[in-house]
Design a protein around this ligand. Sequence first.
Ligand code: NAD
Length: 455
Amino acid sequence: MNVTIVGTGYVGLVTGACLAELGNHVFCLDLDQDKVAMLQRGVIPIYEPGLQELVDRNVEEGRLTFSSDVEASIAFGDVQFIAVGTPPDEDGDADLRHVFAAARAIGRHMERSKVIVQKSTVPVGTGELVSAVVREELEARDKEIEYAVVSNPEFLKEGCAIDDFMHPDRIILGVGDDLPGRRALLMMRQLYLPFNRNHERTRVMDVRSAELAKYAANAMLATRISFMNELANLADRLGADIELVRQGIGADPRIGYSFLYAGTGYGGSCFPKDVEALCRTAQAQGQRLQVLEAVQAVNQVQKHVLLDKVFAHFGPNLRGRSFAVYGLAFKPDTDDMREAPSRVLVAGLLRAGASVVAHDPVAQEQAARALAQDLADAPHLLERLSYVAKPADALREADALVLVTEWKHYRSPPLAAMKKLMRSPLVFDGRNLWDPHQLATAGVTYVGVGRNNHA
Ligand code: NAD
């Protein structure tokens, strides 16, 4: 099948490369000409395991093309995926500017029937608005061309995006029940046939339910995280260990282990904006989503939990102190710094007078850009922030090590280096990655999240 992907970010690029891998011919369109130029040179602008090989192979075999030529790209695909960003606007609603621009471009340039697939996360009702934008463009050109708007929300996780895309738990298709909708469903079933060989994974529903299902999924996952974080803070007060509590409840199949880790709060480009956007959608309907409002409030507090623990230990004035920070990306296996909890920690340490030596396997460049934005009011503080290529180098003369992102690289605590290089062997483990007993036995002071009984 010929497919066009509008928007070549995390979702669009992975979708395009995976659909090409399955034998489709894919045109990836982006308005960011620098990004397109990089992709055309074979440089992948994001870090995503396995993506480079997948893109190289499919470009080489002539199934994957990158372009900023809107007209040619839209002419190409029978199926047009919209995978542009939907960041929050200043009120917290999803900003649909890019989605409507993409829809307008499709309506303006299509010369034959198209299936328009909404992959971006968009509020309920957007499918109808996208359809209206396309109709308006067609009418302006006095054209009558059949099209349908399908909602096909994306559930991939950055860091294992290819595996998630290639082995989906479910494929949601929200379609209208008119003739164009039924025809679009047949095409989408055809496109996704390779995923359904052994199990039928497709869930067909109306467009509004599909749009809401995406928000419901992220809201549920964010709820589990905030629930555990709140209990972790209680465990700290009670002298219990939240890790043991997690194991105790995760064994119950009604609960399960996923997304039950206490830590420094959720970040990234999706959970914060999607939970907020869903609350805003409900408010517009005269309803408050009280559980999700609490989920957000807990998360705001949790993003400061490491900083609070550092202040509790050293006091609020950190002048002359030096901190090693492990992990900057909002989670492992990505370079995405959007809403990363490390930003709160690092900026907070610098503002309190400390020096910071940070390590992240891939996100250092993005972190430098993000922190320059966060500290735009006090850029001189960045002079006290440096980065190292090897994690152990961050430990030299450090008063404490703060672990923020649980990259595999950090799974074994560098006990010998901690004792040899640090001023005092003290760790704040923001992901409860390490075993407090092991550290205590090695003479390292351990502070986790919800594990105060080990402090
Ligand atoms: P992104 O910001 O990484 O990429 C968006 C891309 O779209 C950018 O390259 C931008 O230049 C391009 N773009 C914007 N307007 C355009 C236009 N009119 N024409 C062509 N290109 C245009 O975004 P992302 O992280 O890939 O997210 C895309 C959507 O998918 C969002 O709605 C997001 O909520 C959703 N989503 C993201 C993830 C994730 O893990 N990142 C997972 C599931 C769903």
